[in-house]
Design a binder for this molecule. Structure first.
Ligand code: DGL
Length: 285
């Protein structure tokens, strides 16, 4: 018997939401989605063996993002979230053009929240070198308010501490001070944490930036954007039961499981290896 469009939509709605990042960081975005969208299934790829993305070129990030999107499309997934600011900044338009599955990124939701929150229209951005170099945040903010001042601060090396589990050492605090001081001197009233890892050191960033600065964690906005997209397309998973989540890593499975739990603040049970050769077979350089 032939399936009707309504049957197809139901089948599509039952599929997981795909998500990817350079490693563990995107789990902070997944965490927010698990809270706001408890009925959905999720399939997450952490490209841990090619971490960090923040120091990679635009071309490399586009290739990695295309490979992982091709994999997630083959799972299959009903929607893909690029849960990495560096990858979004370098590759989102390329992915949206190439793939049939709807794809959303993480830059625009935070930019929108910052414009809506800023009183003095002086918006700071803390991000990786790749994100800063792409100009994605100034573009997204100026599309909403062309008169807003955007003050970007790249934080090279900061993710390495956090990825290794260090969120409170003196060395980390010294590095954070070094990055926040020049930003603070330009007196932003709102600062976007434009990198997956920074929400894990939110209290430290807030202390160095001062209490007059509103820190934006885009993860909640991203989850709202995912929800809005599913509603618009009639793709919310039907039923009342709680969804599941599973993981693929290009690196070490055991390490992903143990370190990932800290980022997700939930246990990670279903973790599988995703060899780079398999990604290479899907999209070649
Ligand atoms: N996920 C990256 C980002 O949000 C940070 C970690 C990395 O450099 O790979 O930009």
């Amino acid at each position: 018997m032939a399936t009707s469009p309504a049957d197809n939509l139901l089948e599509l709605a039952a599929l997981p939401i795909g998500m990817f990042d350079s490693g563990m960081g995107g789990l902070t975005v997944l965490h927010e989605c698990l809270v706001q969208l408890p009925g959905e299934h999720f399939a997450y790829v952490g490209d841990t063996s090619r971490f960090p993305y923040g120091e990679k070129s635009r071309e490399e990030l586009q290739l990695y993002s295309r490979q992982i999107s091709a994999f997630l499309e083959s799972v299959p997934c009903k929607l893909i979230v690029v849960a990495c600011y560096s990858a979004t900044s370098a590759a989102l338009p390329v992915l949206q053009e190439e793939f049939e599955t709807p794809i959303i990124g993480v830059v625009i939701p935070g930019a929108r929240a910052a414009v809506e929150t800023s009183r003095y229209r002086r918006i700071g951005v803390l991000a990786t070198e790749a994100t800063v170099a792409s100009g994605a945040y100034p573009r997204a903010i100026h599309a909403l308010d062309s008169g807003a001042e955007v003050i970007q601060q790249a934080c090279p090396g900061l993710v390495d501490y956090i990825e290794a589990g260090d969120v409170a050492s003196q060395e980390l605090a010294d590095a954070v001070r070094g990055f926040t001081e020049p930003l603070k001197a330009r007196r932003p009233d709102v600062v976007i944490m434009g990198c997956t890892h920074y929400p894990l050191i939110g209290p430290m960033l807030q202390r160095f930036l001062g209490r007059d600065v509103t820190l934006i964690n885009p993860a909640a906005e991203i989850a709202r954007e995912v929800e809005a997209m599913l509603t618009r397309q009639g793709l919310e998973r039907p039923g009342e039961d709680v969804g599941s989540y599973r993981f693929y890593t290009t690196g070490d499975v055991d390490r992903f499981r143990s370190t990932g739990a800290r980022f997700l603040q939930m246990p990670l049970t279903r973790v599988r290896a995703l060899p780079l050769e398999r990604l290479g077979d899907l999209v070649r350089p």
